[in-house]
Design a protein around this ligand. Structure first.
Ligand code: ASP
Length: 302
């Protein structure tokens, strides 16, 4: 009989300041996503299926900066980044600067499973989507009135909102002890056309290794890239508790490159954990089969 593990999972909805008036909606989204992932894990499903399902739900929730509701780039368009990784064979896939796909995390999974590549970008990623049967999704449908209004305000210099927020991610360990992680985002508001953040980069925004941990990061992507933060956080679990490892990685982010953000992780063994150095990060995690959700600063929850 193969060894069985208590499944574990965590979901985040992006580090930053809580969007005004959206605190409640954002918490409901991560809770629903965590419940959907838990339903998969608790009936013996894979960590990979669980993280993909959780991220898809959040991509379809317009209150998050991923899929529908993504923030807009300097040209006023949504350009999506996503990645996914499984920790058994270290299989991984990612897409970046995608403008016509509803669920980029699923496209990232197709890259992982149906190509010998890891990262496809722009038109090439869209062409690949069509080849694997993912229909074109008009870019205009990704853009919500809220994000259009924010873009107009930023362009007019009327917005003081400086930080990204609302990126989504999920990490899980299934009953067989396999780990997976996924992250999806519209990136940073007013980013230059063509900019790729950490969420599309394996090792920076997303990482999973059954021998270490599964990690999804959020925050200023350029800072995560400088540190290969997701991989570093995973490595820290080899010598620290999951909680201490998450906190040490976020301390490193602040101290070494002045970065602001957060991360969630599920270690090879042990409970889910998170850490953040921003005012908020909607998050939900499993605690012995019960889903717990909270926003706000790091108060020592998981
Ligand atoms: N890390 C994302 C990016 O830089 C943004 C975020 O997490 O809010 O694209």
């Amino acid at each position: 009989m193969p060894e069985t593990h208590l499944p574990a999972l965590a979901v985040h909805g992006g580090a930053g300041d809580p969007p005004e008036g959206q605190e409640t909606a954002n918490l409901a989204g991560v809770r629903l996503a965590a419940e959907a992932a838990w339903a998969i894990l608790s009936r013996g499903g894979s960590a990979l299926d669980a993280v993909e399902a959780a991220v898809r739900l959040l991509e379809d929730d317009p209150s998050y900066n991923a899929g529908t509701g993504a923030c807009l780039d300097a040209d006023g368009e949504a350009a999506l980044d996503a990645s996914i990784m499984e920790g058994t064979g270290l299989g991984c896939g990612a897409v970046a600067v995608v403008r016509d796909v509803k669920n980029p995390v699923t496209l990232a999974r197709r890259v992982m499973e149906r190509t010998k590549h890891v990262l496809l970008v722009g038109d090439g990623a869209s062409a690949f989507a069509r080849r694997v049967g993912i229909p074109p999704h008009p870019g205009a449908l990704l853009i919500t009135d809220v994000q259009r209004a924010r873009w107009e305000a930023r362009r007019a210099g009327a917005s003081t909102e400086a930080e990204p927020k609302g990126t989504v991610g999920a990490v899980a360990r299934d009953a067989r002890g396999h780990l997976a992680a996924a992250t999806s985002t519209g990136g940073i508001p007013m980013k230059l056309s063509g900019r790729v953040g950490d969420s599309a980069l394996i090792g920076a925004g997303t990482y999973a290794d059954d021998l270490l941990a599964a990690v999804s990061c959020t925050g200023e992507g350029e800072r995560m890239i400088q540190l290969a933060l997701a991989r570093q956080a995973a490595e820290l679990t080899a010598r620290l508790s999951p909680r201490e490892a998450a906190r040490a990685a976020i301390r490193l982010l602040g101290d070494r490159v002045g970065g602001r953000g957060g991360l969630i992780l599920v270690a090879r063994s042990g409970d889910p954990a998170f850490a953040l150095n921003t005012a908020a990060m909607p998050r939900a995690w499993s605690s012995g089969g019960v889903i717990v959700a909270e926003n706000g600063p790091d108060a020592g929850g998981a």
